[in-house]
Design a protein around this ligand. Structure first.
Ligand code: PEP
Ligand code: MG
Length: 470
C-alpha cells in the first residue's frame, strides 16, 4: 500500500536533484493547457477547470475515462494526440476539442482578444444558450435528457440545472484511489448527496463497475492478462459478493431517505440469467426498479429476453463499441473503430430500441454517443427513449434536437444505418440536417463543448503545425 508513496517520494527527490518540475499535475501558478502522456481517472477528476484551460494527451481514445471526465468538467480536450509530448513547455497553443485539433503555430491571440494565459472559449449558438428543456423534437416528441454523474459535484454543478434526472451515476468514481472499501455510512452519504440534487426525479444508479480501466484496489482482483475481458463490472460480485451486497444496502438506505425516484442497474451484463440474478438480489435489498446496462454485444442481440427479466435497459455505447469492434477504448490509434457513428454499433442500438418498443419498456443511451448532438438525433430516430450525458452536453443536445422533427430524426437514423462506415454516416446525416438547419454547423457560433471526439477535422488552410487527433 505504501509503495506508491515511496515511488512518489523517489520521483520528487530525483526532480529536486535535477532541478526539474515536481512530478504529477503541475501548478505553474497561472492558467495553462495541460499536456500529458495520459492521466489516471483520479488525476483527471481532480483537475481544476479554472486553472487547466484544456487538456491534450498523447494516449487515450475518445471514450477513455480521461475523455469522459474531461467532458464532465467541460474541459476542452484532445486525446490520442501522437507527438504532442515533443511540444516544448511554454508554447502558445490553440486547442479545439470539437474538431480534435491542436495548433502549435499560434503567434498571437488577436482573434480571441485574450491574453496568452487566459481562457478563450467560443460562445455557444443562441438556441444553445437559451435552452431550458425539456428534451424534445421540434414536433414535441419527448426525449428526457439526463445527467451522467461521477460525483456529487457533477450533480450540483450549475450546468446540470437542465438535466431532467440522472441517467447514469458511475458509483465507482466516488471511490477511485481508495485502498479500503467504503463503509455503509460513507456510501449511503455519498449516494444521498447525489439524490438530494434531484427531488422527485429519476436517478439511475449503477452498481460498481470496477476492473479494467477503472481499478479499485480494495477489491483485490489481482493481475489479469486481459482485464477488459476479465473480472469487471457485475462480474466482480463473483469474487466479492459482499461488496455488491453492501452497496445495495447503502443505496436502499439512501433511496428510502430521499424523494428521488431511484432506479438501480448493473454494468456489464452478458446474459438474461445474470440480469435475473441481479434483479432478485437488488429486490431482496429493497430496491424496486431494476435494469441492466447493454455494453456487451450478447446483451444487445438478446435484448428482448433481457427485458423479460428487468424493467429497463441502458445502452453503454462506450463499451458496446469497444466490444463490437474489438477495439480497446484506451487506444487512440483505433479511434476510427471507436467512433460511436459506426453503423455496426447503430445496428445493435436499433435492435435494443426495437426490443424496448415490443416490451413496452424504456431503453436509454448513457454512453458518450448521447452527448454528440447530431448523433443524439439519430438515436432518437432509432427509438431510444432517453439520452444521458455530462452536464455540458445537455444544452447543445437539447437545442439540436429541438431543430428537427421526429420524422427528420427517423430519416437521419435510416441514413446512418445505410452508410458503409462511420465517416460517411456522420457526413450523410450532417448533410440531411443542414437542409433544415437555421444555424448551419459551419458558422462560428456552433459549439458543442466537451472532449473532442469524432468530428471530421475541417481543413484549415494555412494553419501551421496542426495536430489532428481525437
Ligand atoms: C459505457 O460503457 O458506455 C458506459 C456508460 O459505461 P462506462 O463508460 O463507465 O464504462
Ligand atoms: Mg461501460
Amino acid at each position: 500500500e505504501r509503495a506508491a508513496d515511496l515511488d512518489d517520494l523517489r520521483a520528487r527527490a530525483i526532480a529536486h536533484l535535477l532541478g526539474a518540475p515536481m512530478p504529477g499535475v503541475p501548478d505553474p501558478g497561472h492558467p495553462y493547457i495541460l499536456i500529458a502522456d495520459d492521466l489516471s481517472p483520479a488525476d483527471t477528476a481532480a483537475l481544476n477547470p479554472d486553472l487547466v484551460l484544456a487538456l491534450v494527451t498523447a494516449r487515450g481514445g475518445p471514450t477513455s475515462h480521461t475523455a469522459i471526465l474531461a467532458r464532465a468538467l467541460a474541459l476542452p480536450a484532445v486525446v490520442g494526440c501522437a507527438g504532442i509530448l515533443a511540444v516544448p513547455d511554454g508554447t502558445l497553443l490553440r486547442v479545439d476539442g470539437d474538431q480534435g485539433l491542436v495548433d502549435t503555430g499560434v503567434t498571437d491571440t488577436a482573434d480571441t482578444g485574450s491574453a496568452p494565459a487566459s481562457a478563450a472559449r467560443r460562445r455557444p449558438a443562441r438556441d444553445v444558450e437559451e435552452y431550458s428543456g425539456p428534451g424534445q423534437t421540434a414536433d414535441g416528441h419527448l426525449v428526457p435528457l439526463l445527467l451522467n454523474a461521477g460525483s456529487a459535484r457533477d450533480a450540483h454543478t450549475p450546468a446540470a440545472r437542465h438535466a431532467e434526472g440522472v441517467g447514469l451515476l458511475r458509483t465507482e468514481l466516488l471511490f477511485l484511489g481508495r485502498h479500503q472499501a467504503p463503509t455503509l455510512e460513507e456510501q449511503r452519504d455519498a449516494y444521498s448527496q447525489v439524490l438530494q440534487a434531484f427531488p422527485g426525479r429519476k436517478v439511475v444508479v449503477r452498481t460498481l463497475d470496477a476492473g479494467a480501466d477503472k481499478p479499485l484496489p480494495f477489491l483485490g482482483l489481482g493481475e489479469e492478462p486481459n482485464p477488459a475481458l476479465g473480472i469487471r463490472g457485475l462480474r466482480t460480485a463473483l469474487v466479492r459478493p459482499d461488496v455488491l451486497d453492501l452497496q445495495l444496502d447503502a443505496l436502499a438506505l439512501a433511496a428510502a431517505a430521499s424523494d428521488a425516484d431511484v432506479w438501480c442497474m448493473a454494468p456489464m451484463v452478458a446474459t438474461p440469467g445474470e440480469a435475473a440474478a441481479f434483479r432478485e438480489r437488488a429486490r431482496a435489498h429493497g430496491l424496486h426498479v431494476i435494469g441492466a446496462m447493454v455494453e456487451i454485444p450478447a446483451a444487445a442481440i438478446r435484448a428482448r429476453r433481457l427485458l423479460d427479466e428487468v424493467d429497463f435497459l441502458s445502452i453503454g455505447t462506450n463499451d458496446l463499441g469497444q466490444y463490437t469492434l474489438a477495439a480497446d477504448r484506451q487506444c487512440g490509434q483505433l479511434a476510427e473503430l471507436l467512433d460511436p457513428w459506426q453503423p455496426a454499433l447503430l445496428d445493435l442500438i436499433a435492435a435494443c430500441a426495437n426490443a424496448g418498443r415490443e416490451a413496452g419498456k424504456p431503453v436509454g443511451v448513457c454512453g458518450e454517443a448521447a452527448a454528440d448532438p447530431l448523433l443524439a438525433c439519430v438515436l432518437t430516430g432509432l427509438g431510444v427513449t432517453s439520452l444521458s450525458m455530462s452536464a455540458a452536453a445537455i444544452a447543445p443536445v437539447g437545442a439540436r434536437l429541438a431543430r428537427h422533427t421526429l420524422a427528420d430524426c427517423e430519416r437521419f437514423a435510416r441514413a446512418a444505418l445505410d452508410a458503409p462506415d462511420a465517416r460517411t454516416a456522420r457526413a450523410d446525416v450532417a448533410r440531411l440536417a443542414a437542409d433544415r438547419d437555421p444555424d448551419p454547423p459551419e458558422s462560428e457560433s456552433e459549439s458543442e463543448p466537451g472532449a473532442g471526439a469524432g468530428a471530421e477535422p475541417a481543413p484549415r488552410p494555412g494553419a501551421p503545425d496542426t495536430f489532428a487527433a481525437v
